[in-house]
Ligand binder design. Structure first.
Ligand code: PMT
Length: 415
């Protein structure tokens, strides 16, 4: 939604790099640039060599805030364009983004000024793909887009409509209005700027012997989505993870394997952390003793004696510093709300995100999730089946609400 009349645009005063790559929709970048400038942004245009086959630099230079840059070498604007342009940006928009540009960005293949700028930036990035339907639906493009999304890149999906050569289908560049609205959304929500956040993700793996582990089905996708969403809103995020998914941009990763390692990684950082989100599936039990060699089949099935692991979240709840927001997830297969409510109270949480992991497309390993958000003294909020990133957004929105309410209480002297 665009800001209401009278409100300053979140784009005002922002430095936005507009990267234009070589597709027929390159001409629409000129209208996008004009709208960004009208909203008060300073637009720094970059065109790839291929883009210049579709539109000339003169028009875009005239309608942006400064001349188009095209060169990695002998750039008249700066001697070190490969880092300077990206470091100075508040936002980068690539519109249109061709299949080749998307693949290069996914790989970090920094062969030209735009790709260098993309990997040298900490700013949020919006990619607006445009290509023929067959290309947009090709598994390589689908895969590249999924990886970029997981890293926290904002994708403005193409629309369906008339394409080059008279074809009709999905792949047309989103309208300039949609691209600018996405920019407003991204720059308008830096509501976690400077907030320190720890997110845990993935399932812990508890060793039985030197080669075998007790594990669970957590893929880490939900935790990574929470980390990406928090980072895109300005948080300083540490992701304590047992899995190796693409790391969202700007997020610090701490690799762990067992519940004990996860506990150490989180507890050693928790005192100086504003928000902790435990999305990981921590094993409840581990073998009492771990064989230092591979147990042999010929010796018969081993008797594995288990003991409880530390309940990391309960420990954090018991020692929670004032003002910290503590969030758990609850993976349930029955009595979702009652079980989650009991964990909320028992572990002294500010929010618990309950998912019915027995329901279709919900929870472990899926790209989607459906959750109920439970807080002390508030009505449960249900989030219907949606992409894990959308669920993450709802979780982060609730955390922002909790922090804002606590701030008001502090100011009015209630605590
Ligand atoms: O990783 P994905 O494939 O994307 O799947 C997402 C998910 C299903 C793993 C996620 O949405 C989820 O539900 N995570 C929590 C899983 C879980 O361990 O739930 P629980 O109900 O057993 O535990 C409750 C809370 O206590 C969790 O926040 C858990 O991290 C924490 N816990 C549990 C046990 C333990 N020893 N220490 C803990 O801190």
């Amino acid at each position: 939604m665009s800001p209401q009349q009278g409100e300053p645009s979140p784009l005002a005063g922002k430095r936005i790099v507009l990267g234009v790559t070589g597709g027929i929709a390159a001409y629409k970048a000129i209208e996008i640039s004009r709208r960004l400038v009208d909203a008060g942004a300073h637009v720094v245009p970059i065109m790839t060599e291929a883009a210049q086959h579709f539109v000339g630099t003169t028009t875009l230079s005239a309608l942006a805030s400064e001349p188009v840059q095209t060169e990695l070498w002998h750039n008249p604007t700066t001697p070190i364009p490969h880092t300077e342009v990206g470091q100075g940006a508040d936002l980068i928009i690539v519109a249109p983004a061709t299949a080749k540009a998307i693949a290069a960005y996914r790989m970090g293949y920094s062969h030209d000024l735009l790709q260098n700028t993309l990997i040298a930036t900490r700013a949020p990035v919006i990619v607006c793909p445009a290509m023929h339907t067959e290309m947009w639906e090709h598994p390589s493009v689908v895969d590249n887009i999924a990886v970029l999304r997981e890293r926290g890149v904002h994708i403005v999906d193409p629309e369906s409509g008339r394409l080059a050569g008279g074809d009709v289908g999905a792949g047309r560049l989103a309208s300039p209005e949609s691209v600018v609205a996405a920019a407003e959304r991204v720059l308008g929500s830096r509501d976690l700027a400077g907030t320190t956040v720890i997110v845990s993700a993935g399932g812990t793996r508890e060793p039985i012997d030197s080669v075998r582990v007790i594990a669970n089905r957590s893929s880490g996708k939900q935790g990574y989505a929470v980390a990406a969403e928090a980072a895109s809103r300005g948080a300083l995020v540490t992701l304590v993870s047992t899995v190796t998914l693409p790391v969202p941009s700007g997020v610090e990763i701490v690799a762990v394997e067992t519940a004990a390692e996860m506990q150490e990684a989180i507890e050693s950082r928790s005192a100086s952390t504003d928000v902790i989100v435990m999305a990981a599936a921590v094993a409840d039990f581990r073998p009492v003793s771990v064989a230092d060699h591979k147990l042999k089949k010929r010796d018969g099935a081993p008797q594995i004696v288990l003991e409880s692991t530390p309940d990391i979240l309960a420990g954090l709840g018991a020692a929670k510093p004032a003002g910290q927001v503590l969030v758990g997830f609850a993976a349930e297969t029955n009595d979702l709300v009652a079980n989650a409510q009991s964990k909320l109270e028992r572990k002294h949480l500010d929010l618990i995100v309950a998912n019915d992991v027995g329901a279709p497309s919900v929870g472990f390993a899926h790209d989607t999730n459906a959750v109920t958000l439970l807080r002390p003294d508030a009505e449960p909020v249900e989030i219907d089946l949606a992409a894990k990133r959308d669920v993450a957004r709802a979780v982060i929105n609730t955390i922002v609400e909790i922090r804002a309410a606590a701030e008001i209480e502090t100011q009015t002297g209630k605590i």
